[in-house]
Every structure is written in C-alpha cells, then in structure tokens.
Ligand binder design. Structure first.
Ligand code: 5AD
Ligand code: SF4
Length: 441
C-alpha cells in the first residue's frame, strides 16, 4: 500500500501553486492522494496569514488533525506557508501534535524531512529565494502557473507578506522561458505568471541578464503552444506603459489586468505606504483604457484601514464607480502582527467596517453587472475547463477577460472555442458554442 497524503490549501494562487508542487513532490516520493484526512498517513496544511479570518479557519481544521494524530500517532502532520512562517517555532509550542513546519515555497525541505531517517519535529523557515524545479501536479491540465519571483520589496503598512516571504528575488528569464516551453509541450494552453509584485520583475537580476517585465511577457508570448498569458499581481506604482502596450501587441496576453487599488483616498494610500495617489492610479486606468479599450479591470480594496474617515471611504466609492471594475475582491482591514498599520491609532470599529463593506459591495456588483452587458451578443474565445458546476449538461470555461462562461455545446477540456454570449450577470456569462468558427485547440 503506498502512503497517502492529504493537502488543504488556504490563501492566494501563490499558495495554490506551492500546493501543486507539494503534491508533485509527494507523488514522486511514491505517495498517493487520499480522499479524506482520515485516510491519510500525511496530513498537510498550506496556510495563509493575510487576514485574521484565514488564521482562524485554519486553526479550526487543525482540531481534526489533532484527533487523527491521537488515533494513530504514526500519522505525520505538517504545516507550511505564510502563517507557519509568521509564527515560526511557536507552531510546535501551540500545536504539539505537529511534526513538521515550513515556510512558503520550502517544498524541498518537506521532502528532506519525509526522507530523513527519523521523523522528529522540525521547522524550516529560511528565505532561500526560489527553490528550483519541482514537478507540479496541476489542478487543471491545460492551465499552469509559473512563479517568476518570490518575496516583495514594498513596505505596505498593512501587509504581512514582506515578513513571511522575504525580499524580492526574480528567476532568470531563460529558466522561465524553458519552464513555459515544458508546460506547453505538456498540453498547457494558458499560463499565469505569479509574483507578489510581478511588474517589478527583473530589477534584482545581474545587469547582463536583466530584462523588464514587458520583455519577459514578449519572450513568453513567443513560446509555441502558449495561447494565453495572465499574471498576478502587478503594483500600480510599477505599471508602465510598455506593459500596457504589450496587452495590445502580444497575441497571447489576455485582455485583463488585476490592478489593486486598496483605497481611493490619497491620504489613506499614503498611510498604507502604497507610493501612488488616487490621481496616479486613475491615470494608469486611463492609459489602459486608451491602449486596450476592452480590457477587463479587476482590483483589491481594503475598507476600514486605521484612520479611514467617512470622506476617505466615499473617495473609494467614487473610484469604484468611476472605473467600473469587472470584479473586485473587497477586504475588511484586519490588523496583522508585526505590521506598521496594526500599531496606528484610530482603528475603525468593526460595525463601521462592516457597514462600509456592504456599501462598497453594492457599488462593485452593480458596476460589474453593467460592465458585463458589453459582452452580450458578442462571440468570445473560451478555454474549456469541463462541465458546468451548476448544470452538468452544460460546459464551463473562461474568456480571455477571465469571465466564467457557462455554455451549451460539445468540446473537450483544453479546447479553445468560440461562444456566442446570450446573457451576463456580475459574475458569469451564459452562451452557446458557435457552430461556424472554432479557434481550434
Ligand atoms: N487586512 C485586510 N486586507 C488585506 N490585504 C492584505 N493585507 C490585508 C490586511 N491586513 C488584502 C489586500 C491585498 C489582498 C491580497 O489582500 O487588498 O491586495
Ligand atoms: Fe498568499 Fe499572502 Fe496568504 Fe501568503 S499571506 S498565502 S502570500 S495571500
């Protein structure tokens, strides 16, 4: 019987990708996936610490792991990712049933632990930059992630990431292009480039091997077989015209930009240490709209940052109204240990944060619904993912604008087909596969 593993992932795409690498690594060690934690010999949690809610969700799950460990002490319990990194060795003091803990990306350390002679509790928390090639077990066969950098050099005052993922380290361009070529050869049609701040890519590379993010996009666009390129997240301060133009020029680069706003008030942005103002942000949006008029724009917004006044918040509402995002992730500010913002006076009371959140969500959803109507009647290229989640007689895929499309038709996952859009809500599009033209796979 092979040993079985079970992995639970919290947080962002960076973590989801680390989990794919963890699973790929485990399978190369001869482990097989378990359907539930109770059937697993190795129970792993890949944690997030971006918001308090993520911490507490995870701690609730750990309770089950504790019980299972008591039933069978041979079981191995591992905790990786940003939360583990943020509390380090404290993990073992607080949760004595944990056998191994490791920071984000330290997948090779987990392998080292599992293949060691004796398994005594151990923690691995260094920043070593990117930890090299590991086979990933992709959740979707035709979509792949490529981590182009680790760490972050910004000092956003609310964010715990700089303390959990270290300083920014870019991977060499040749290595990235080779990795994308391997993915394409393996059937991947869409790649998403990942980094804490993707558009500052390359600045830390040695001069003779330094290329900009826009140049990297062009090199990846040239890889045969890659039909779609996405990236997340860029920082508005580094959103240069060359990257925006690339969206108009490179055939594979999708018409979607996720541009985190965080706040529409320049005063709040200053205290967040975002290094751009409301005007500068809106100026980036105008440039995007000028070069790529149909580009989908999504964002992240935090409400209730310390000292946020009603007037500050209304400025955020105004920007959301004016930009008309295709979608937004909205967050209630949550103080994180060790961050500057957690020490600021004037923390906003919880009820006020919740009330602001509701008002913001109303604007965001209404504008997203309005924006989505522009797709009705158009034919969009859809990358087929599989059956629809809500109605298995239909198919589900994504447009280049990153909209989920549920549609009638016959197609295999990984195919790119044309779908005529018949209806749109703030979240999803509905349509029919067009019988005439197919973009082929
Ligand atoms: N509180 C609330 N939201 C946060 N984010 C990051 N840190 C915090 C925090 N302390 C949000 C930001 C970021 C997204 C990934 O999470 O909007 O862009
Ligand atoms: Fe991802 Fe940030 Fe959570 Fe780390 S803290 S897993 S980088 S969302």
């Amino acid at each position: 019987m092979p040993k079985r593993y079970h992995v639970t992932t919290f947080g962002c795409q960076m973590n989801a990708h680390d989990s794919e690498r963890i699973q790929g690594m485990l399978e190369s060690l001869g482990y097989a996936a378990a359907a539930s934690r109770a059937q697993a010999d190795l129970i792993l949690f890949n944690t997030c610490s971006i918001r308090e809610a993520a911490d507490s969700r995870f701690v609730a799950h750990l309770g089950e792991a504790k019980r299972l460990k008591r039933e069978d002490p041979e079981r191995v319990i591992g905790v990786g990712g940003c939360w583990a990194q943020s509390v380090k060795e404290e993990v073992f003091a607080r949760f004595p049933f944990v056998d191994v803990a490791f920071g984000p990306g330290q997948v090779h350390k987990l392998a080292e632990f599992l293949t060691a002679e004796s398994l005594t509790a151990q923690g691995f928390f260094e920043f070593e930059g990117f930890t090299g090639h590991l086979p990933a077990k992709r959740a979707r066969e035709h979509q792949g992630w490529v981590q182009i950098s680790v760490g972050c050099n910004s000092v956003c005052s609310y964010c715990i990431v700089p303390s959990t993922r270290g300083r920014e380290v870019s991977r060499p361009p040749a290595e990235l292009v080779a990795e994308v070529a391997d993915l394409a050869a393996d059937g991947v049609r869409e790649v998403t480039l990942l980094g804490q701040n993707v558009n500052s890519y390359g600045r830390d590379l040695p001069r003779d091997r330094r290329i900009t993010f826009a140049q990297l996009l062009a090199e990846i666009d040239a890889v045969p077989g890659v039909r779609r390129i996405r990236y997340t997240s860029p920082h508005p301060k580094d959103m240069r015209e060359d990257v925006i133009r690339a969206h108009a020029q490179l055939p594979a680069l999708c018409e979607h930009i996720h541009l985190p706003l965080q706040s529409g008030s320049s005063a709040v942005l200053r205290r967040m240490r975002r290094t751009y103002s409301r005007e500068r942000y809106l100026d980036r949006v105008a440039l995007i709209r000028e070069h790529v008029p149909d580009c989908a724009l999504t964002t992240d917004i935090i409400v209730g940052f310390p000292g946020e006044t009603e007037a500050d918040f209304e400025q955020t509402l105004e920007v959301a109204e004016a930009v008309g995002y295709d979608g937004a992730f909205t967050f209630i500010y949550s103080p994180r240990r060790g961050t500057e913002a957690a020490t600021l006076a004037d923390q906003v009371p919880h009820e006020r944060k919740v009330a602001r959140m509701e008002r913001l969500v109303e604007v965001v959803q209404r504008r997203a619904r309005e924006r989505a109507q522009r797709f009705v009647g158009r034919t969009l290229e859809v990358l087929v993912e599989g059956p629809s989640r809500t109605d298995p007689t239909r198919l589900r895929g994504r447009s280049r604008h990153n909209r989920v499309v549920n549609f009638d038709g016959l197609a295999a996952p990984g195919e790119l087909i044309d779908v005529r859009i018949t209806a749109a809500t703030s979240q999803t599009l509905t349509g029919e596969a067009s019988l005439l033209a197919s973009a082929g796979a």
